[in-house]
Write a protein that binds this ligand. Structure first.
Ligand code: NAD
Ligand code: GLY
Length: 345
């Protein structure tokens, strides 16, 4: 088993091993100190993995109840959050108990925010089941729900007590969701690790499974390093936003018909075309295509760029964007919004 220690303000371990889901009881109990658990999961994931997690806890003598909500981004809402709080009250979940987020980034963000706020905070554990959640959202303690005005507008930093990452769960993940996670994996190679990028270029969507566990662990290490350096997202952690400002504009332009991964893929391309050499942009394009991700924008830059002006990451009149002039070396550029428009236009 790989164990990756995250030295955040409240430090914790990320465990990566196939089959872990079926024997995670002691890890969860040791990390949280709890004996009663509320498993939070969406309907798709709970149908696939809910029994396995519940059984391992019950067999070890722990109590576990389950809150299951409809899958999809629409559930990352204050309505679901209020219904989850009500469930926790009805089941008399107290601060000595713990929450378990079993699922993708939606489940992790929702559960983490409930854990940060219910009874002024109780422990929680992440069991990520999408590639995106395994390499990104389950680590680092960003939790949130969406508002009608935009994504992740209410949230808190709240680190999990541990993260249990079982790559076997990815066997049931739809190809489109896997591709979404691969966009973030490619991003890690671009911003921090040329060797990881080379591995990605040497494989494709069919052959990557042979090295997937190593890749997941490497991405978690990169995220661990960025979180250790900048837990509260005021500096180095912003490198994780490579391609995301234009990506969010593409998500809005397509009315979320494009997945986050597709939008980020093209966001990275559009930034590279203006900030990196042709060789870097061509390699990025080849890599994205190998994992069935798009490389062409759904609209002209002149249409997409105005949508970036409302980006959540805007601070006053400035935006911070990430450039990768060479692969593996992302750099941050804080510029007035007008300069961003000129550079990217
Ligand atoms: P998700 O949780 O909605 O999962 C995607 C879909 O896959 C869902 O329909 C789910 O039911 C299904 N699914 C999950 N695991 C499965 C499995 N093993 N087999 C079959 N189906 C499975 O979405 P996501 O892509 O995991 O995460 C996106 C969310 O993560 C967004 O809300 C985003 O804002 C958030 N996010 C958070 C952070 C962070 O740092 N907190 C980072 C990146 C993204
Ligand atoms: N996924 C962005 C972050 O964790 O900072």
């Amino acid at each position: 088993m790989r164990t990756i220690h995250v030295p955040a303000g409240a430090p914790y371990d990320v465990y990566v091993e196939r089959g872990l889901l079926r024997s995670c009881d002691s890890m969860i109990a040791d990390a949280t100190g709890a004996k009663r658990f509320a498993i939070v999961s969406d309907d798709t994931v709970f149908a696939l993995y809910g029994d396995a997690v519940t059984r391992t806890l019950h067999e070890a003598g722990y109590e576990a109840v389950a809150y299951v909500f409809p899958h999809g981004e629409a559930s990352k809402s204050h309505e679901t959050l209020l219904s989850l709080y009500a469930f926790l009250c009805e089941n008399q979940i107290t601060r000595t108990d713990a929450l378990i987020a079993l699922g993708g980034g939606v489940t992790g963000d929702l559960t983490g925010f409930a854990a940060a706020t219910y009874l002024r905070g109780l422990p929680y554990v992440q069991i990520p089941t999408t590639l995106l959640a395994q390499v990104d959202s389950s680590v680092g303690g960003k939790t949130a729900v969406n508002l009608p005005a935009g994504k992740n507008l209410v949230g808190a930093f709240c680190q999990p007590k541990c993260v249990i990452c079982d790559p076997d769960t990815l066997s049931t993940l739809p190809a489109a969701e896997f591709a979404c996670g691969m966009a973030e994996v490619i991003k890690y190679g671009m911003i921090r690790d040329a060797a990881l990028f080379e591995t990605l270029i040497a494989h494709d969507a069919d052959s990557i499974s042979s090295v997937l566990d190593d890749i997941i662990a490497r991405c978690i290490e990169i995220k661990r390093d960025l979180v250790a350096e900048d837990e509260f997202d005021t500096g180095a952690r912003m490198l994780l936003n490579f391609g995301h400002t234009i990506g969010h504009a593409i998500e809005r332009y397509t009315d979320f018909a494009w997945t986050h991964g597709q939008a980020v893929a093209v966001g990275m391309m559009l930034v590279s075309q203006r900030t990196a050499g042709q060789n870097v942009t061509e390699l990025l394009s080849r890599c994205l295509a190998q994992y069935h991700l798009p490389t062409e924008a759904p609209a002209e830059r002149a249409v997409l760029l105005p949508l970036c002006a409302n980006d959540k990451k805007r601070a006053g009149g400035s935006l911070t964007y990430v450039a990768c002039k060479t692969i593996g070396n992302g750099t941050l550029h804080r510029v007035p919004v007008a300069d961003f428009m000129n550079t990217m236009g």
